[in-house]
Every structure is written in structure tokens, then in C-alpha cells.
Design a protein around this ligand. Sequence first.
Ligand code: ZN
Length: 410
Amino acid sequence: MNDIRIDKQRLWDSLMEMGEIGGTEKGGCCRLALTDLDKQGRDLFVKWCEEAGCSITVDKMGNIFARRPGQDDSLPPVAVGSHLDTQPTGGKFDGVFGVLAGLEIFRTLNERGIETRTPLETVMWTNEEGSRFPPAMVSSGVFAGAFDLDYGLSRADLDGKTMGEELERIGYAGSAEVGGRPFKAFFEAHIEQGPILEDEGKQIGVVTDAQGQRWYEITLTGQESHAGPTPMPSRRDALLGAARIVDMVNRIGMDNQPNACATVGLMQVFPNSRNVIPGQVFFTVDFRHPDAEVLEAMDAALREGAVRIAEDIGLEMDFEQIWYSPPVPFDEDCVASVRKAAEALGLSHREMVSGAGHDACYIARVAPTSMIFVPCEKGISHNELERADADDLAAGCNVLLQAVLERAQA
Ligand SMILES: [Zn+2]
């Protein structure tokens, strides 16, 4: 442990300056991927990195790698990073913090004249949000081999413009191949986007895993009939079945605490008329858990329970799992570096699981990876009201710095 600390004010000022590009009246930010505003944000980031003595590489997905040389430049770098694009009504911190924290580390090391054994890189991943070009995290996904390059470049917005065309237009269609770039370690610092740290008064989230997800679509079909003359015992009420399944989904989530999430967020009732017994209901189920075996047990409980409920009420059921994203356990050594840094800095911390997807979830497939969370006000993000505290951001950046230094010397 050393006495180097980042400059809290400089980090904050950089976040605020970046937040002016696409800044909204409510204090948020709208900087959609590969728009003119995204180009301005990228240009500013590149300018700042060059001023900090970095060399810049841009790959074919427009991912930007700002490199600070090491004593042995042939070694793979310790990398950090996140994204600069935002949701249409996004905030100033989601993603931007993880990128500018990397820059702040470089500035701090430069001031102290500190050389690291391995090189360091700060990475800006293109189009993490997936708001203009679905899906989310597509460019870190190409980097990690989850998607091929053609798939990434051909993602289109609602006007039919592709990522490839828009990268060319804004001048960020780089020449470097995507992926095949080894990292000794990768760390992503990010606001929590949930309320746990704030509720517990903790400053640092030591992120051990990212949750796996299973998404389902279920259609129950019974029989529509008049709400008056149809006797209760002879009804086949599809909404009654759905209601029982909703309750069961909640119970499955509660039975698998502390880490399970189980949600029915969308439901369509047919014919949706007040004096007709519902004949058909379509709804979705979203299950999340960091342990694949628990997620599988939740899956089994849902399937078994749904069949029983449908049979009890005499309903036909169409049941489909439409998406499975496996859990991501982060690298034990990287997690340990973060925990050790938080302890050495005397910062309150707790282990936690990321409920959202992040670029780090894909990078974990190709490099030892972990994440650092800092609190955000009331857990709100993807919202112009997203706020984070300058002290918390500085704490997170200091943890990042110490973790990076440890891995770079190891
Ligand atoms: Zn983000």
C-alpha cells in the first residue's frame, strides 16, 4: 500500500465537463452512441489522454484504447474502462465514471512520475447502452468473441443506419482488429445503479459476480365467457392462472434470497373487458441469480408450478424460455485486489453481485476481470436525476488505482 491518491476535484471537473456534451436541462445527459455528440465526447477523451502522454488505438468497432507505457512494454497491460454513451435520458456518471477514473489514474501517476512494470490502458467501449443500436454491450461482446465483427458492424438504428456506417461518418472506424488484445487484468469502476450501498452507508462495492438471467414468455389460454351467467366452478379463467403464477414467481424469488430476483413485468389480458372472464393472458418472467445451479432450480420450480396451476384451472399453456445469459463469476485475484485496496484505504465496503449487465461481463470471458461499485443517490440511474457524490467517486477511483498498481507490479 502506498500513499498515492487521485485528485478528487480534477476527477469531478472532468466528469462535469464531459457531462456538458449532450447535457440536458434536468441535469442529465443524452449522448447516444455514434451521434455527433458521441464524437465530441470521444474527441475530448482522446485529447485528454494524449495530453496525459497516452498513445491511442481505435479498433474496427470504434473501441478506444489509451495506453500508458510500462517499464516492460512487451507485457500485456492492466486495463480499466467502461463506456461514454448514455441512454436518451441518461445521467453523467453511468459508464463515464469508469472511463474518466482511468484517465484520472494516469494523470495522478504522471504527476508523481510513477512508472508501472506493465503498461496500463484505459478503454472506452462503443455502444454499451444498446439504446440506439441494440443489443447492449455489443462492442465489448465482439472484443470477447461473443459476437462476430460483421454482426457488430451491421447493427442498425431505427432509421436503418448501421454501426459500421456511423463509425465511418464520425471518424472512429479504426483499423485495429477487434479482440486478440491480451489484458493482464481488467477492472471496471461503475455506479451501483441500485440502492444497497447507500442504504447500508457503505462506500465501495466489491463486485464478486454478475447475475445470470433467464427470461420466459408464457401464454395461458382458458375460455372467455360472460362474467354474470357463468358459474364460478365451471370457469377457465386465464388471468386467475396468471395471478397464481405471478405469486409463485415472487415466492421463488423470496425462497432464494439474498441474491435472487424474480419479476413479472409485462402482462397482456385478452379481451381485457370488465365483464368478460379473461380467455387468454400473455406475460413474461425475468429470473436472475449469480449461481447457475440456483437459477436452474428456480427454472425447475417455475416449470413444475406453472404446469400444476394450469392443470388445476383447466388452462392450456405455452411456455418458452426465450433467453439465457449465464452468470459471470469475476476473477478471484482481481476481486481480492479490490477488497484489499478498500481495506487498506480504510473505506467501508461490502461484497455484492451486479444485477445489471456491463462491458466487464463480456471481458471476463477473455481476461481476469472484476468490478468496483460506488453508491448512486437513491439507486437511480438510466435517468437524468442520476447523481453520485464526489467523495464516493474519489473513493472508488482510489480503490481502482490501488488495485491497478497491485496487478501491474505482480
Ligand atoms: Zn453503464
